[in-house]
Design a protein around this ligand. Structure first.
Ligand code: HEM
Length: 429
């Protein structure tokens, strides 16, 4: 990433309380230090339960593939001692995860896919995915039409943020009127452990959640009464067939995940893709000349700048990793950002190479039972969105004075704040 995003003002140390504002700006030197000194890092945070940050690729795989030891269900999980992880306690996610059920809930016995995943998979069936290529191309072209004649654009606000939101509105069958509200709910979306956020941020998130809930309830109830030919109606039909009754709470949870799961993540992916291309113009030239390389470019960008920097798990039992004791009830942050730069897995790991052979083994979407359901859609948004852009714009340059490439202020999400670009339209050449 360009220098503003990688500069860190303080030297990382082994007493750092992950995350910090400084680490949000650039966590990579800290990850490197941990990889060398302490790959299973107990965060000195005194939060009432032990918390660990893991930075090795193989450890992320190990923990993700052992749901009998480490659960994704950081809410409402009962420890062998009978303790319940308190809904207000550490590990509670700020958004999208009401306790009780849903996608984040692990099954019992562990190791089996959550049946609600089958419902949430409704928009991603291969038969539906085929229709998304032309849909995303149309959305991308409409957005590009909005700025192409100006010769300059705010890439983040005019392209990276709206593209995933408009796409998912169309995928779910939401009306055009919903787009501005969805963009508003997505903006400032917080995610991850409540320890990371101020009381004010949590309160704002709570209000947004309530508005989103009201909106989704109305959309779902309208389709229950009058089914349409769209994804939400099919989701309702499948849930009612499965359970024998209309479960608004479950449907709302799944719809919220689908509506917002990709809003920030895909926007950050697109923004990081552009930042990388601006930093490596030779790779931009290669891509414009050989669009077939676009798939490799998507994977390599996700590898180098994972839009979600860690996934969270909770230890079900007392266990040990690299000789470090992990008591039952500990929170584990599996760093996707660090794993994707593990030199044991990726040669020249900090370099950017759209032709990297094993780039698709990056773990930005997680891995195992909770692998991101929206990954196929996100990959399409990256490939088609950036292909349209490189087909229609040339001589793309960063407008330095009007850009801010520092990372957004979040321990969980990663992406540059603002990228303003100047360009020439190819159809004028
Ligand atoms: C570049 C874009 C995206 C990234 C980097 C991303 C990343 C992730 C990650 C890291 C997880 C958690 C995996 C774990 O806990 O092991 C996840 C889960 C999930 N994502 Fe995404 N995501 C993206 C786009 C999307 C989109 C577009 C959607 C839906 C439209 C989506 C829906 C979901 C859902 C439903 C889950 C929960 C899966 C489960 O717990 O079983 N994501 N995603």
């Amino acid at each position: 990433m360009l220098s503003a995003a990688t500069e860190s003002t303080k030297r990382p140390s082994l007493s750092t309380v992950y995350p910090t504002v400084d680490l949000n700006r650039c966590p990579y030197p800290f990850y490197e230090l941990l990889r060398k000194e302490r790959p299973v890092y107990e965060i000195p945070c005194n939060s009432g339960r032990p918390e660990f940050l893991l930075v090795d690729y193989d450890d992320l795989l190990y923990v993700s593939h052992h749901p009998e030891l480490f659960t994704n269900d950081v809410l409402g999980f009962t420890l062998p001692s009978g303790d319940v992880v308190a809904p207000q306690g550490n590990g509670q996610s700020v958004v999208l995860n009401p306790p009780g059920y849903g996608l984040q809930h692990d099954t019992n016995p562990p190791g089996r896919a959550n049946p609600d995943r089958v419902l949430a998979f409704t928009p991603f069936k291969p038969s539906r995915l085929r229709a998304y290529e032309p849909l995303i191309a149309r959305v991308a072209d409409e957005l590009i039409d909005g700025f192409i004649h100006q010769g300059e654009a705010d890439f983040t606000a005019d392209f990276a943020r709206p593209l995933p939101v408009v796409t998912i509105c169309d995928v779910l069958g939401l009306s055009r009127d919903a787009r501005p509200r969805m963009l508003f709910w997505a903006a400032g979306l917080a995610s991850g452990n409540v320890r990371f956020y101020s009381a004010d941020q949590i309160a704002v998130q709570g209000r947004k959640n309530a508005e989103l809930q009201e909106f989704l309830d109305a959309e779902l109830c309208a389709r229950r009464d009058h089914p349409r030919d769209d994804v939400l109606s099919e989701l309702i039909q499948l849930q009612v067939e499965r359970d024998g009754h209309f479960d608004l709470g479950l449907l709302r949870h799944i719809a919220a995940f689908l509506a917002l799961g990709g809003a920030k993540t895909s926007a950050h992916m697109l923004a990081s893709m552009m930042a990388l291309l601006l930093e490596y113009p030779d790779q931009m030239t290669k891509l414009a000349a050989t669009p077939l390389r676009m798939e490799g470019f998507v994977e390599e960008s996700l590898r180098l700048e994972a839009p979600i920097q860690h996934v969270t798990r909770l230890a079900r039992v007392d266990t040990e990793l690299h000789g470090v004791k992990i008591p039952a009830g500990s929170i584990l942050y599996l760093s996707t950002g660090a794993s994707n730069r593990d030199p044991k897995k990726f040669v020249r790991a900090t370099g950017f190479d759209v032709e990297r052979q094993n780039a698709r083994e990056q773990v930005a979407f997680g891995i195992g039972l909770h692998f991101c359901l929206g990954a196929p859609l996100a990959r399409l948004e990256g490939r088609i969105g950036m292909s349209r852009l490189l087909a229609r714009l040339t001589d793309i340059k960063l407008v330095v004075g009007k850009s801010d490439l520092s990372n957004i202020e979040s321990p969980h999400f990663r992406g540059p704040r603002r990228i303003r670009i100047a360009f020439r339209p190819t159809d004028l050449i």
